[in-house]
Design a protein around this ligand. Sequence first.
Ligand code: ADP
Ligand code: MG
Length: 376
Amino acid sequence: MIFGVPELEDLGDLDGKSVLVRVDFNVPINHGEISDDLRIRAALPTLRWLQKQGASVTACSHLGRPKGTPDPRYSIAPVRARLAELAPGVELLDNLRFDPGEESNSDAMVASLVDGHDAYVNDAFGASHRAHASIVGPPQHLPSAAGRLLAKEIGVLLGLRDQPRRPFVAVMGGAKVSDKLTVIEALLEVVDAIVVGGGMAFTFLKAQGHSVGSSLLEEDMIDTCARLLEQPKPIHLPTDVTALGPGGKLFEPEAGGEVRQAGVDLPDGWMGVDIGPGTAAAFGDVIMDAGTALWNGPMGVFEDPRFAAGTNAVAQAFAETRAFTVVGGGDSAAAANQFGVDDRVDHVSTGGGASLELLEQGDLPGLEALRSSADH
Ligand code: ADP
Ligand code: MG
């Protein structure tokens, strides 16, 4: 058990049994070729452990966003071929989202999934915040448990909420404030300080009365940001930014437009697209002094090399600090990888939306389902 959720060992003797495993094989595919098979390899410890116990193993996953009907653009065939190389003998069902019953969580879909199986394992952390048939259905019918990957995510993320080494610092960035404000509010209950960079910083700066030029701004969130700034825990904001001048275009250096280091009051037409060097150094110090550090959201438009320095600085601080470090969020994980620190942080979460929701609410539909499966 981990935080009340049964683990593989809790399933008892599996010799000769048939086990259905929900995995997250939603891998990037270009022209029929898998460009990154990390998600398939991440499920191998669970799949191989089950096979070693003598179980026959059937995996199932969604792939992309087909609209509840078979669609060759989302064929699972390349995944099936790769899985056959990595875990011979493991069957893979067709793309779960070819059936509308997956997303609507229909009884018929659940019945067809559990048919012929003796136990169920959820190892799809990235999908466990959705009450879809393959996530919440089988535990109502079969003895069920979390796989290795899911158990690790639960342990790390709920451990963070429970008993973090202090000070606990959350570094937040990325594009949309509105998506992450509820997370920031929930995190303020458990962290000691919040560091805000990226596009979302400008709504906070605006709430302090600064002029943000053409930077990302969510007008209807200004009041909420102002209210958050009044609560007692420190929210560290940028004190300087790297800005792109009028006429400049992201990802198109040849389009011209000046790139300038600025303070936090930008002239009209200037867009803040990275934290400045002073801010990067200050944020680095906060991360170095932390006992626990969580990172969600890049500090700037790091995909454009002109605006990658702030995100790189935070990535290096995450690699160097003695804090227990966790990276969550698809783009933050990509940044950690791009800046070569992904194996120098303690945990890179495999779920973007799922990790934020678990931190915010302390539970997920998929985990609740597994917990109540222990009753039968
Ligand atoms: P994650 O996937 O890690 O949760 P988000 O999806 O919230 O992160 O945000 C990632 C995106 O935010 C990146 O593509 C990045 O280019 C963008 N971004 C970061 N800072 C800025 C900024 N100052 N202005 C505009 N976009 C930004
Ligand atoms: Mg993202």
